[in-house]
Design a protein around this ligand. Structure first.
Ligand code: TIU
Length: 228
């Protein structure tokens, strides 16, 4: 047991790296690069590219520690049998889920646009989850995989803050995980929605979880372990 304590909002976040997973939500080309699902919805995807260096630094430090890493992708089967019509037909996107786009079929597993961006590409041994919903725990088997590994805490980054990240945080919180959201490692197409999410997650005594910035986490992880 090697509990670390990070200064966070609304109060310190205590975690044992051996029982903590780094959960990276949907850092896939479909949301971060032009020509994918994010842009088809009318969004400026360049906003999301800004967090990539900070995410890379955390991922590198977590790997150096030997910590559990989980990558998720919002992804549907090629036959779209796991994509409810309510999701596919919602709104007026330029391209719908399953339509052919410049990076292959939109939000379909295995297509070029559905891959994690190369800067954060999964390594062998890391968990990869294809999820049909916004939340990482819906119809994904993620909870069972984390339970098998004795994970009780999640350090969360990824996109977008108020959609897949917040949904996943709420799902995780209801399943008993203590969650820390890294504010400079998550981004939204809407600045106000990101700010509101950071507030609502940590309000009411960490009703959903904690919030901190990645430099503080990196500084903590680089300290030599204290004697037990
Ligand atoms: N549209 C939007 O902001 N997000 C998504 O559709 N999925 C994720 O957040 N991954």
């Amino acid at each position: 047991m090697n509990t670390l304590t990070l200064a966070a909002r609304p109060f310190d976040y205590a975690f044992d790296p051996a029982h903590t997973a780094l959960l990276i939500i949907d850092m896939q080309r479909d949301f971060v690069e032009p020509g994918g699902f994010g842009e088809s919805l009318g969004n400026d995807v360049s906003l999301l590219q800004a967090i990539v260096p900070a995410c890379q630094a955390v991922l590198q430090a977590w790997r150096a520690l030997g910590g559990c890493v989980v990558h998720t992708r919002e992804a549907h089967r090629p036959d779209l049998s796991d994509c409810p019509p309510a999701k596919r037909l919602r709104g007026q996107p330029r391209l719908r889920i399953g339509d052919p786009g410049p990076m292959g079929r939109i939000l379909v597993a295995g297509e070029p646009g559905n891959q994690i961006i190369p800067e954060l590409a999964p390594q062998p041994g890391e968990i990869e989850i294809d999820k049909p919903g916004k939340g990482a725990f819906y119809a994904s088997g993620l909870h069972e995989l984390l339970q098998q590994r004795g994970i009780s805490h999640l350090i969360v980054m990824g996109v977008t803050t108020e959609v897949c990240v917040q949904t996943s945080l709420r799902e995780a919180n209801d399943r008993g995980y203590d969650c820390l959201l890294l504010e400079d490692c998550t981004e939204s197409y809407f600045a106000a929605f990101k700010a509101a999410t950071l507030e609502m997650v940590s309000a009411q005594g960490a009703i959903v979880g904690w919030v901190a910035a990645s430099p503080a986490l990196l500084a903590l992880l680089s300290q030599p372990p204290t004697a037990a």
